[in-house]
Design a binder for this molecule. Structure first.
Ligand code: PLP
Length: 438
């Protein structure tokens, strides 16, 4: 059996499951990013089991996993501390619909790590968390417009599925069918790291903007750090205009250190949205911020938000165990050291085989862009060669390394990756680069 493109991999069972899936699950996948559309189509690999740094697919192939489920699995799969927390919680009932002590302790843990979240509310996904911060910013300021940065992904609620126009600062056009243009008109999009464009947008619409939504370090068109002073200027200009600053730390929180980008860079937003890692692999989201703003949330205030599953004992227990494990000394140093070793070798192999790449890294997360140019914004990421990435992705898959199936995603290291896994991956990169045809 071969997957499209002539790369040898036995995936017969994945192929037949995919045919069945296509019949009953739309597109065969429960999230479009799991399909292989961005890497030239073909059968997505159906996984059967995951343990530590590895996946095993339905045909018995093993892969070293750098997807980490698009970010949450920072401790690797089936980490014993998380697994036993889930099992123990499940035995005591999975959902109460009442408050629990666990929720308080977990909220306290989050606030201790990210003090700008003076008050917190748990929800079920990053999408919900961000969506609610937007509603809250609107409720608090009495304004309607939202400013976001091009290429940043903030979940799939209407307001944030709005694309960038081509100009330096444009009102949005819907990025998805089904979003009214009246909603898209409430969104202003400017390029990331372009403080001039931001200033221009603030000058034009400042008094109508409720909130400025920022990934304080981008994880959604690959890893792109903020330029020096970018976040400070965003804070300053937004606040001068009377707008709130919302940090979407769904990807970044607890990834690079025990806290958020805001605590790492020592800069505070008004509101923060969390997700992914804080659930230890179970569904979760959380939002929070200054008490004065959070006071607007029901039942305290007039802004409504609720959730049947919110703060459920399983997600809270898994998240608590995950953060406890991440708080151990040396965890982030180890992730950083592996990221450094792997990225250094990838750069040197690219050089050796004459392949132009740009590698952006922060700690244990990095993106390999097939371009010779620096990548500091969405346009830069778009200009990376998608065809070359697709070749690379398929060679790596055949070598037993699972990367996210898109040139816009990051490689995520986990605490389960061993030095041997890193060496295995370096050999896979070497063989893949050798076979690639630019
Ligand atoms: N915000 C950011 C920065 C994300 O990366 C994501 C998911 O990839 C989301 C929000 C949405 O989170 P979820 O998929 O849990 O709804």
């Amino acid at each position: 059996e071969k997957i499209k493109g002539g790369f040898l991999l036995h995936i017969q069972r994945s192929e037949s499951l995919y045919q069945e899936a296509l019949d009953v699950i739309v597109g065969g996948v429960n999230s479009p990013s799991r399909s292989f559309r961005a890497v030239g189509n073909g059968t997505p690999i159906f996984m059967k089991k995951a343990q530590g740094a590895y996946f095993w697919d339905e045909d018995g192939n093993r892969y070293v996993d750098y997807l980490a489920a698009f970010g949450p699995i920072i401790l690797g799969h089936a980490h014993p501390a998380v697994t036993s927390a889930i099992v123990e919680a499940a035995a005591n009932g999975v959902l109460y619909g009442t408050p629990t002590e666990k929720e308080i302790r977990f909220a306290q843990m989050l606030r201790e790590a990210i003090p700008s979240m003076e008050q917190i509310r748990f929800v079920n996904s990053g999408t919900e968390a961000v969506m609610t911060t937007i509603r809250l910013a609107r409720a608090y300021t009495g304004r309607d417009k939202i400013l976001k940065f091009a290429g940043c992904y903030h979940g799939h609620s209407d307001l944030v599925l709005v694309a960038a126009g081509s100009g330096p600062s444009t009102l949005g056009i819907p990025d998805s069918a089904g979003i009214p243009s009246s909603i898209a008109r409430e969104v202003i999009t400017v390029p990331y790291n372009d403080i001039q464009a931001f200033e221009e947008a603030i000058r034009h619409w400042g008094d109508q903007i409720a909130g400025v939504l920022v990934e304080p370090l981008v994880g959604n068109f690959g890893i792109v750090p903020p330029a020096p002073d970018f976040l400070e200027q965003v804070n300053k200009l937004a606040h001068q205009a009377g707008a709130l600053v919302i940090y979407d730390e769904v990807i970044t929180a607890f990834r690079f250190h025990y806290g958020g980008i805001q605590t790492l860079f020592n800069i505070e937003p008004d509101l923060t949205a969390l997700g992914k890692i804080i659930g230890g692999g179970l569904p979760i989201g959380a939002y929070g911020g200054k008490r004065e703003i959070m006071d607007k949330v029901a039942p305290m205030g007039p802004m409504y938000q609720a959730g049947t599953m919110a703060g459920n004992p399983l997600s809270i227990s898994a998240g608590t165990a995950c953060l406890q494990t991440l708080s151990h000394p040396g965890v982030y140093e180890r992730l950083d050291q592996m990221g450094k070793t792997l990225s250094k070798e990838i750069l040197s192999l690219a050089d050796q085989y004459g392949i132009n790449i740009t590698l952006n890294r922060m700690g244990g997360a990095f993106t390999v862009y097939f371009t010779g140019e620096p990548v500091t914004d969405y346009q830069g990421a778009q200009s990376a060669d998608g065809e070359l990435f697709a070749q690379f992705f398929r060679h790596m898959l055949a070598e037993g390394v699972y990367l996210a199936p898109s040139k816009y995603e990051a490689w995520f290291l986990t605490t389960a990756h061993s030095d041997e896994d890193i060496q295995f991956t370096i050999r896979a990169v070497k063989r893949s680069f050798k076979k690639m045809k630019p």
